[in-house]
Ligand binder design. Structure first.
Ligand code: AHR
Length: 645
């Protein structure tokens, strides 16, 4: 009898272990392998698609400093308004407007601003108005302004009077509370008494901003739990020409005195779709560092290597690049940036950081030199940076680039040069079809383990219509199992681009879309979030029949161990049209406790989230039972799941 019972138990065990036809068995070794870097899953920010001004930067006024080439761009004036630069408030932004009484013939003198795509205001929300003002009254007596929030239907929603009492520049402020929600409001300022007023840096922020950034969009970033934050781009690092490259020193100090810069995305593929796209630098390097710190992400600033955007310029145009012998100011920018981030408060740039409110260092560990450069112009410049950065800051890691392509002549040349120069990380970019992502899930399996590590610094699946749909997101999820399996060589990865305003899109897909009031998270965002919140600390080997699971039968899988929680995490993508039965064998342990899973599934590859339906494609949490050291799961067709035990 006893023997019989033992045999039955044994038989039941064998039934579990022996796969039935069509059943997949994933063997997972539970011995923690190599470390996964904290930087593994991160975010890439660029001011493209109105990601900064008009987006993450919460300033609601366009051209607040009157420094656009047409000084009144974004403004509508009435009455007697003149642009001047005599005795300016801010030397690096010298233009301002003078409002003079229009006399009895006109009702009023003033100006109106529409914001970038209208101003989104919310019922009950407070809005902080500020401006720099100087009365022009020669005879004494004060002046006053009326500041109004005006609704889309032209009704005045809220108004406040602001006295101007000084004939030197002074900051004037007021708070306006919106009585209703209106996605297309505007700001009106006009002179109500006195002879005249000079006005500059006219600004309006919603009260719910975080250090000047839109709170809802900051939350969208925080929830990704990013390990690294690359900024400020992208092509804007390089600039349309050298003069318009991103210069970080212009983006720090008092926001009022940060000089305006053109945005390289002023042009979209040579077409000037958004001629009023400029960078106020209100969101500058100090704010980027603060944001990194807030998200618990390592900062990764990228600086110009002395080459203007290689897409927009010819390599043989001497104006598009700095001579190697004249690179010192560019190299100084890199050295000074490291001092700004990490230097003591007694150093020149460390003192500025402290003055701006952050005496503690930002703990910068790596820097990118050049964005997406290719050809021989790049390595000969990069070398000069490397020599001086290594000499002064031997612990700072340096990221180089392998250019815009995922393979081919320029890519191979780039990698060869990066190895020669001994950079720490190579930034690879790929905007490819979903099919490419599926078939490249093994891309890094054969990469050399010695030499520079990989930073997949810009990637996104571009399917038909380049949409943020489930087809693209699922292919990225499956591809990323290959990043995870190769976390010893891939140290960090950032989807790109990050943001798009729904009315200002220049490049898609993008991770997060927003309008003036709210945002939605794409299916691709949810995939990034699932990786970012379940990164694990150690690689585990996961195989089927001794091979990595990288597309057989449409299945993709990887596994990691998470030291702090003591949990095992398995990620499985199924690109096929059928549900698949899978057993996970956790080898080396006897018993697993029951777990949870987050399942993203959708039959329609074209399904997308939207402002109207924000979570159409999003993860659902389920409980998962275990049996000893095994787990039997049914992996739905067209799905991506993260299991945690
Ligand atoms: O992410 C959009 C652009 O793609 C980046 O600015 C550039 O680096 C790449 O070509």
């Amino acid at each position: 009898m006893k023997l019989q019972r033992n045999l039955t138990t044994l038989f039941a065990g064998m039934l579990l272990a022996a796969p039935v036809a069509g059943q997949h068995v994933f063997d997972i070794s539970t011995r923690p392998g190599g470390d996964i870097k904290d930087t593994m899953y991160g975010i890439f920010f660029e001011d493209i698609n109105f990601g900064a001004d008009g987006g993450l930067y919460a300033e609601m006024v366009e051209n607040r400093s009157f420094e656009f080439p047409e000084h009144l761009m974004g403004w509508k004036t009435f009455g007697n308004v003149e642009v001047r630069d005599f005795k300016p408030a801010f030397p690096r932004n010298p233009h301002y407007v003078t409002l003079r009484s229009a006399g009895h013939r006109q009702k009023a003198t003033g100006l109106e601003n529409n914001g970038l795509f209208g101003m989104g205001i919310k019922e009950g929300m407070k809005y902080d108005f500020s401006a720099y003002a100087r009365k022009t009254n020669l005879q004494g007596g004060d002046a006053s302004l009326r500041v109004e929030l005006v609704g889309a239907n032209n009704n005045v929603l809220e108004k406040v009077t602001v006295p101007v009492t000084d004939n030197q520049w002074e900051k004037v402020t007021a708070t306006l509370t919106s009585p209703k929600t209106d996605p297309k409001a505007r700001l009106r300022v006009y002179l109500t008494s006195g002879e005249g007023v000079d006005l500059d840096h006219i600004s309006l922020f919603p009260e719910d901003n975080w250090n000047g950034l839109r709170a809802d969009l900051v939350k969208d970033l925080e929830d990704l739990n990013p390990g690294i934050f690359r900024f400020p781009g992208g092509c804007i690092v390089e600039g349309t020409d050298l003069a318009t490259r991103y210069q970080w020193k212009n983006s720090v100090g008092a926001p009022e005195n940060r000089p305006l810069n053109e945005n390289r995305w002023n042009y979209t593929f040579q077409h000037r779709l958004f001629p009023d796209y400029y960078q106020s630098y209100g969101l500058g390097f100090y704010e980027y560092f603060l944001l990194s710190e807030n998200m618990g992400a390592e900062p990764l600033p990228v600086l110009s290597c002395g080459l203007a955007c290689q897409y927009q310029n010819k390599d043989d145009d001497p104006h598009a690049h700095v001579c190697v012998d004249d690179l010192q100011p560019y190299i100084d920018d890199a050295l000074d940036l490291i001092e700004f981030a990490n230097g003591p408060v007694t150093s020149k740039w460390g003192a500025l950081r402290a003055e701006m409110g952050h005496p503690e260092p930002f703990n910068l560990k790596q820097i990118g030199i050049g964005n997406e450069q290719w050809g021989p112009l790049y390595p000969e410049r990069l070398e000069k940076f490397i020599t001086q950065i290594r000499a002064k800051y031997p612990d700072i890691m340096i990221c180089g680039s392998s250019g815009p392509a995922a393979d081919g002549k320029d890519f191979d040349y780039g990698w060869e040069q990066m190895r020669k120069l001994g950079v720490d990380l190579v930034d690879e970019h790929y905007y490819k079809s979903p099919e490419w992502f599926y078939s490249n899930a093994s891309r890094y399996d054969g990469y050399p383990r010695k030499g520079p590590k990989v930073f997949a610094g810009e990637y996104a699946a571009h399917g038909k219509g380049t949409r943020n749909n489930w087809e693209a997101a699922l292919s990225e999820a499956c591809f990323m199992t290959g990043l995870e399996r190769n976390a010893d060589v891939v140290w960090q990865a950032t989807y790109a681009p990050l943001f798009s305003h729904v009315e200002g899109s220049q490049w898609g897909p993008d991770l997060i879309w927003f309008d003036n009031l709210e945002s939605y998270r794409t299916p691709n965002w949810y995939v990034q979030m699932l990786y970012g919140t379940n990164p694990g600390t150690n690689m585990l080997t996961l195989t089927e029949g001794g091979k990595a699971v990288a597309g057989q039968d449409g299945l993709y899988a990887s596994a990691v161990y998470d030291k702090p929680s003591g949990q095992y995490i398995v990620k499985v993508g199924n690109s096929s049209d059928k549900a698949q039965e899978v057993t996970f064998n956790f080898n080396g342990i006897k018993k697993l406790t029951d777990g949870k899973a987050w399942v993203m599934q959708c039959d329609d590859p074209r399904a997308e989230n939207s402002l109207e339906n924000k979570t159409l494609v999003s993860p659902k949490e389920i409980a998962v039972a275990t049996e000893g050291n095994k787990v039997n799961v049914s992996v739905p067709a067209k799905s991506f799941t993260v299991y945690r035990f």
